[in-house]
Design a protein around this ligand. Structure first.
Ligand SMILES: [Zn+2]
Ligand SMILES: [Zn+2]
Length: 403
């Protein structure tokens, strides 16, 4: 049974609600990995009341029609970045400062947003401290990173706990195809060759392909095809954070956002579905190739109908840091569920140059050593002093001084 389309709601992603501590009045914040809100000031804890409401998927086409006819808007205080296009919730700690997504300075301003309700989210599992040490480990494993980058990470203060917007789509697809099936067959072929200066006739077996027309219909149900609903993080980075444990999606509750920020979607429901189609297409092609069968397949035409499209708007947790280095933005993200790190990184040109030089020295050195040892086989070794012949001549005097 399709559920009623959600009227584009004015109530999504409002300025985050405050949850005052019953003991001291400070703000309670969601404690990653728990079902608790915790006071950072006095340690008082509040359990988040769970509810068993199912997470309903919405009908895609009905919702698009509803969106076209309503004008529900709401004034949100949001941080909007003109440089990368991200809009995300205002957080008392970041009135102004650097954009969490691209590192360029931004200020908070009031924006109008027409947004669909968030239906579900995956709460943070990884704490800020865990995220920071995951980031440091990742940096430690990077070769050729500029020293400045490592200093930045050591002193890094800006690690934003961000709920990033996603769409998930379900679709029942039916695809009519037309193409050709290729079957291998062997034939004997005679050819002329020169043997012992004489021309002779020989026979060989060659493989040929017999093409026959093929047509038919394949169908597949797609469940929860995930699409990032914003352009502020590079897709190459976010897709490497997959898979997400979507089976553990929790119905949306504002408590989980307390102490965190959330980004508003900028890829709308319809654009998101285009991306979902792109993600489905190669899977459908493989189905068609399998249906055509044979040893080779050619596809001339595909016509896919996406019936019964349903969607969810969900938020997924990432720890995020963006920094500027030599006029470029580099971003790294930590999966807020698993602690896995993905990122973009600068290279240090001089560290690479040094490594190439060292490698050249080593190769040159081992050549010299080999020459020496093959020569040494033919004469008795009387001298017990260390032998530096493998070191290029220019460096020998330095070593001699050191030993
Ligand atoms: Zn308190
Ligand atoms: Zn930005």
């Amino acid at each position: 049974m399709p559920s009623e389309p959600e009227t584009p709601s004015p109530a999504s992603n409002p300025e985050p609600h405050r949850f005052p501590c019953a003991q001291c009045g400070a703000s309670l914040e969601y404690a990653p990995g728990t079902e608790l809100l915790r006071c950072g000031h006095c340690g008082h804890e509040n359990r988040i009341a769970g509810f068993a409401a199912p997470i309903l998927e919405q009908d895609f086409r009905q919702t698009l029609r509803a969106l076209a006819t309503t004008t529900a808007t709401r004034d949100n205080i949001a941080i909007h970045c003109d440089s990368c296009g991200a809009s995300y919730t205002f957080d008392a700690a970041t009135h102004a400062g650097q954009c969490a997504f691209c590192g360029v300075p931004v200020v908070a301003k009031t924006e109008r947003h027409r947004q669909l309700q968030v239906q579900a989210l995956l709460p943070f599992q990884i704490s800020r401290d865990q995220a920071r040490s995951a980031f440091r480990r990742w940096l430690g494993g990077l070769w050729f990173a500029p020293g400045m980058l490592k200093d930045y990470a050591r002193n890094d203060a800006r690690l934003a706990g961000m709920y990033v917007p996603y769409w998930t789509y379900d679709a029942d697809t039916t695809t009519a195809y037309r193409g050709e099936r290729g079957d291998n067959y062997q034939v004997q072929e005679s050819y002329r060759a020169i043997e012992n200066g004489r021309e002779v006739e020989r026979v060989r077996v060659v493989t040929r392909i017999r093409w026959t027309p093929a047509a038919g219909v394949v169908s597949r149900f797609f469940d929860d095809v995930l699409v990032l609903a914003s352009g502020s993080l590079p897709r190459a980075v976010t897709e490497r954070l997959e898979p997400w444990d979507l089976a553990n999606l929790t119905p949306y509750r504002e408590e989980y956002l307390s102490g965190f920020q959330s980004e508003m979607y900028t890829v709308d429901l319809e654009q998101g579905f285009e991306r979902a189609r792109e993600r489905m297409a190669p899977i459908i092609r493989r189905d068609v190739e399998r249906a055509i069968g044979g040893d080779h397949q050619r596809i001339h035409a595909l016509d896919t109908r996406h019936g019964e499209i349903r969607f969810k708007h969900v938020l997924l947790p990432v720890w995020l840091s963006a920094f500027r280095f030599r006029d470029r933005t580099y971003r790294f993200v930590v999966n807020g569920r698993t602690g896995e790190v993905q990122g973009e990184r600068p290279y240090s040109a001089w560290k690479i140059a040094l490594a190439i030089l060292l490698a050249a020295l080593l190769i040159g050195g081992s050549l010299a050593a080999w020459q020496h040892f093959s020569a040494a086989q033919h004469r008795p070794v009387l001298d017990s002093r260390p032998y530096y012949g493998w070191i290029p001549a220019g460096n020998r005097s330095i070593l001699a001084r050191l030993t």
